[in-house]
Design a protein around this ligand. Structure first.
Ligand code: CA
Length: 425
């Protein structure tokens, strides 16, 4: 498919006609829902108001005119599919000239808009779905027995903090907190010395489930609106002192960055693949998590890039630290959602579930710096600097994309954050 928006047809473009992710942008003093196409944003409220290309249903018109995606997320696939079909038709190069002319009035160059959080996120949950991440981190503490006995039975997660979720481009202040250095007898309160990133994918909940009513695994994906990138910033020194017995708390809640564009499951459909094979010795799944779907996973390449202040000042571009794939997770997005609701917990439109750090089995696919500790030497950056954890001025960029022979590449855009120095304590 080709679009009459020429930039959408360029090789390497994240947002061709086949993608059409949703986001929320500010422009000329108003905040609206938009769809990314090439280097342009299509203003959906403008389209709905202008009856382009034809009148949408009253409920879709209302949902597209909001300043968050929550209402659209709540409507479900019955509304999303016709909207996607209409958007594809009006942006297709074979659309009538009269329609192209009308739609053009509602395109805004992406560089002129400021992206916002796509939804009002009521609740945020973070999982631990990469067995490669869990094994590598477990090895640091328990070399002989890295995986805890529950790992292959139950998707492990914790409730995160929604109020400190920020959109890509927002600076992140180095947190201060209580840590217990090995060299001191008593804990101290000071700026964290081991700020890390975590490369993750977020899952935006569409229609929710009623309190007390679990979501069967076969219906789980009907409750998923789409996916985005997530950087779960983590202060490892605060984490290691506070995490027992109740799990992460202030080590994680100072900031979580997400990418502004939500890529729908409809757009990801051509890139579905079989889930990573469970090993022969693995226990069989409890039936509520047994997914009949032969294409339970999604083939999404995920990458982390780092640029230090020193590199920026010398015009040296960001360097890639790792590359992994969403398909390598031990638990699928459907299994995470079904497990979350299995006790009757209600999920609501706009809630965000994150996969946990996405790592692969091989070196160069570690989704956070902590995991690289097993390497024989610290990371060396192009100008000779080394890194164990992030320094002030470091900028971390996450990227993700789907690529397959015979299919266009679709991308997630970027999830960027820069570390600012701690405030004086
Ligand atoms: Ca995490």
């Amino acid at each position: 498919m080709k679009s009459w928006v020429e930039s959408a047809n360029l090789p390497g473009c994240d947002f061709p006609l086949e993608n059409l992710p949703y986001g929320v942008f500010s422009h000329a003093g108003s905040r609206r829902i938009g769809v990314a196409i090439g280097d342009q944003v299509l203003d959906l409220r403008g389209c709905a108001d202008g009856g382009v290309p034809k009148a949408l249903s009253p409920e879709l018109t209302a949902a597209c005119s909001q300043d968050t995606l929550n209402s659209l997320m709540a409507l479900g696939g019955g509304a999303w599919s016709p909207l996607r079909r209409d958007l594809t038709a009006i942006l297709n190069s074979n659309a009538e000239a009269r329609i192209q002319q009308k739609v053009k009035q509602h395109l805004i160059p992406m560089r002129e808009v400021e992206m916002q959080l796509p939804a009002q996120i009521g609740d945020y949950t973070d999982f631990y779905a990469s067995i490669h991440h869990a094994t590598r981190v477990g090895k640091l503490f328990r070399p002989d027995n890295p995986l805890l006995p529950n790992y292959k039975y139950v998707p492990i997660g914790y409730h995160g903090r929604a109020s400190s979720m920020v959109v890509s481009g927002t600076d992140v202040r180095r947190p201060s907190g209580q840590t217990k250095p090995a060299t001191t007898a008593e804990p101290v309160f000071s700026p964290s010395r081991s700020v890390d990133y975590e490369l993750e994918i977020g899952i935006f909940v569409g229609p929710g489930n009623a309190l007390g009513k679990p979501v069967p695994i076969a219906e789980a994906e009907e409750h998923i609106f789409g996916l985005c990138l997530v950087n779960d910033w983590s202060a490892r020194d605060i984490q290691s002192w506070e995490y027992q017995p109740l799990g992460p708390f202030l080590a994680k809640s100072f900031a979580t960055t997400i990418s502004p564009w939500v890529v729908t499951l409809d757009a990801l459909k051509p890139y579905r693949v079989a889930a990573a094979e469970r090993s022969k010795e693995d226990p069989s799944l409890l039936s509520y998590l047994a997914q009949g779907d032969s294409l339970a996973a999604v083939d999404v390449t995920v990458e982390v890039f780092l640029q230090s202040q020193h590199m920026r000042e010398r015009g040296i571009g960001a360097v890639r630290l790792s590359r992994g794939n969403l398909r390598d997770l031990y638990w699928s997005v459907a299994q995470l959602l079904t497990h979350h609701a299995s006790n009757g917990c209600n999920l609501r439109p706009g809630d965000l579930l994150a996969t946990g750090t996405i790592s692969g089995p091989e070196e160069q696919s570690e989704g956070c710096l902590l995991e690289m500790k097993h390497r024989s030497s610290p990371i060396t950056l192009p100008a000779g600097e080394t890194r164990t954890f992030l320094q002030d001025g470091d900028e971390v960029t996450l990227r993700a994309y789907c690529e397959r022979p015979g299919l266009p590449r679709i991308g997630f855009g970027e999830c960027v954050g820069r570390i600012l120095p701690a405030l004086a304590t």
